[in-house]
Design a protein around this ligand. Structure first.
Ligand code: NAP
Length: 541
């Protein structure tokens, strides 16, 4: 399949990797350094994964740029200058392309190749993958580098196919520039994606109509340019920056405040929140009092504080009320970070339509009908989210021992050991897969840990002359139970969101917990202990 345009022969590698995003790229680099043969299959025409697909206007980091970049190579750290504290998608993609060039990754990547199936051949202890165009390859290891948010979901609204204007999901944004000048634009969805897109589109659209079901609590991003002196200072601090990310629960620069909300007087805690609200990045979410994630009363106080901020920023009180969440607490869904989002609703060209009270009735050739009234549009943007965490797996036919389907195995929710391995699926490694700390993380920080763990495993197997690894059912049961016990204490597990698999476009998706809420340091410690204990809970052969 490698360079399969020239050959129909089934190529065989030590490892086949699906996905050339942040995790697949680093995995390829590490395997090469171990002297193993590897090939990456990527549906897109270039590297970058999430940053390749999500080209919608306003797409940018919510992590500080310098905390997001790879940390594994000093030369790379030294020769890249970030332009903004939170880089925009074009700069991010440029960075990932630079990484691909620097490490000459593209020669081992097959682009424009969407994998349809991966089946384990028990006789040969090998995975065989088949692309949608019929090309095949085999690898002793199958490494999925799919990303948790890579299978976009569309609503099913009567008449969608009738619309005669432009219509895109944000994750399938065109590569050509799109102008909003003078156009009547509609956006459905107000998650982290919708919030970024709306803020940007409102700057130039003729009119912008936002169709909102549930509002989210959004908080200021605090972006700004990085001067070259500042970049020098950041570069000097890289060891400190990455050391800090290693210590924090989510791999971000912001660490939880270990005081409890009620330990402070109302004035004291408001002062802390005021400061966090105006700080860069996720401080108000991941740098807050630790009980805001677990104690409803503490969370209620913080939620009230953020609601007050929303009301203060939106001039029309009726619009402010619509934008203010009341059915969940602050931070129990992923907090969208914004740069003037609420002020957009003070502009004369922007209107908000409540589709919670009056759902969209239908889409016509010329617009969206709500409550009997057509909102005439030239363009509809679907910022409607993803079949999160498991969706990228279930859109392929992955089969392990005895032809067992992974989708069937996970029908009642994922079952894994360490979020990296699955019983009955030998030699399959799921980077940032379900129940892996990477699903609730400043993702490259967890990706590097995942890839390093897998690379150490490969080294161990090579040195010991081993050909296969499979988790025991018992270890899988233990990890799955641990994931759910950890989630049970968190308010996140009680709220509808992609963390809990609630997506109304996917009525059959099981409501359970898809991430690991125990934090990246605890996760890393458990991974390290398993390895140090001779891969406890695994059968190696
Ligand atoms: P999302 O958080 O799942 O939000 C989807 C939005 O679409 C919600 O507002 C949802 O409303 C709405 N929606 C879905 N189906 C609908 C329908 N049929 N009718 C009306 N509304 C519908 O998805 P997302 O905004 O793409 O974000 C997903 C995740 O991607 C984020 O949480 C974040 O982790 C990541 N992300 C990261 C960045 C970054 O790092 N900078 C940027 C963007 C996204 P309901 O809430 O009512 O269901």
């Amino acid at each position: 399949m490698a360079d399969a345009n020239q050959t129909t022969k089934t190529e065989t590698y030590d490892a086949v990797i699906i996905g050339a995003g942040v995790s697949g790229m680093y995995m390829l680099h590490r395997l090469r350094a171990l002297g193993l043969t590897a090939r990456v299959y990527e549906a897109g025409s270039g590297v970058g994964g999430t940053w390749y697909w999500n080209r919608y206007p306003g797409a940018r980091f919510d992590s500080e740029s310098y905390s997001y970049g790879y940390s594994f190579d000093q030369g790379l750290l030294q020769d890249w200058d970030w332009q903004e504290h939170f880089a925009g998608q074009p700069e991010i993609l440029q960075y990932l392309e630079h990484v691909a060039d620097r490490f000459d990754l593209r020669r081992d990547i097959s682009f424009n190749t969407r994998i349809a199936s991966a089946h384990f051949d028990e006789q040969a202890t090998t995975w065989e993958i088949v692309a949608e165009d019929g090309r095949r390859a085999r690898g002793r290891f199958l490494i999925t580098a799919l990303g948790p948010l890579s299978a976009p979901t569309m609503p099913s609204i009567p008449g969608m196919e009738d619309f005669q204007g432009d219509a895109w999901h944000t994750a399938h944004w065109p590569h050509e520039p799109v102008s909003f000048d003078g156009r009547r634009v509609g956006v459905i969805g107000t998650g982290a994606t919708g919030v970024q897109a709306i803020t940007e589109i409102a700057k130039t659209a003729g009119t912008l109509t936002v169709f909102q079901r549930n509002p989210n609590y959004c908080a200021p991003l605090g972006n700004g340019p990085i001067s070259s002196a500042e970049m020098d200072e950041i570069r000097a601090r890289y060891p400190e920056i990455f050391a800090r990310c290693r210590e924090t629960h989510g791999g971000f620069l912001h660490n939880a405040d270990h005081r409890l909300t009620m330990d402070l007087s109302p004035a004291e805690r408001e002062a802390v929140w005021e400061k966090l609200y105006h700080e860069r990045g996720f401080g108000i979410w991941t740098g807050n009092f630790r009980d805001t994630f677990t104690d409803q009363a503490a969370n209620d106080l913080l939620s009230d504080f953020v609601r007050g901020k929303i009301r203060a920023r939106v001039q029309d009180p009726a619009v402010a009320e619509l934008l203010t969440p009341t059915n969940h607490g602050f931070g129990t869904r992923r907090v969208p970070l914004e740069s003037g989002y609420y002020e957009v609703y003070n502009q004369p060209n922007v209107s908000l339509v409540d589709i919670r009270r009056n759902p969209i009735e239908r889409i016509t050739k010329t617009g969206i009908v709500v409550d009997g009234q057509e909102h005439a549009l030239d363009m509809i943007i679907y910022a409607t989210g993803f079949d999160a965490v498991t969706g990228a797996f279930s859109r392929m036919d992955i089969r392990g021992r005895a032809g067992q389907s992974l989708t069937d195995k996970w029908a009642d929710g994922p079952r894994t050991n360490l979020g990296l391995t699955v019983a009955g699926f030998p030699n399959m490694l799921t980077l940032v897969g379900p129940h892996n700390a990477g699903t609730f993380c400043n993702i490259p920080r967890c990706i590097e840990q995942n890839v390093d763990w897998v690379s150490d495993l490969m080294t161990h197997m090579r040195d010991q002359g081993l050909a296969s690894i499979e988790t025991t059912e018992a270890a899988e049961d233990d990890w799955t139970a641990h994931v759910y016990e950890t989630a049970a204490g968190s308010l996140l597990s009680k709220t509808d969101s992609w963390f809990t698999g609630v997506n109304q476009n996917l009525p059959d998706k099981k409501r359970t917990f898809y991430a690991y809420a125990g934090g990246a340091p605890a996760y890393r410690k458990q991974c390290d202990e398993v390895a140090a204990d001779g891969y406890r809970g695994f059968v190696l052969g």
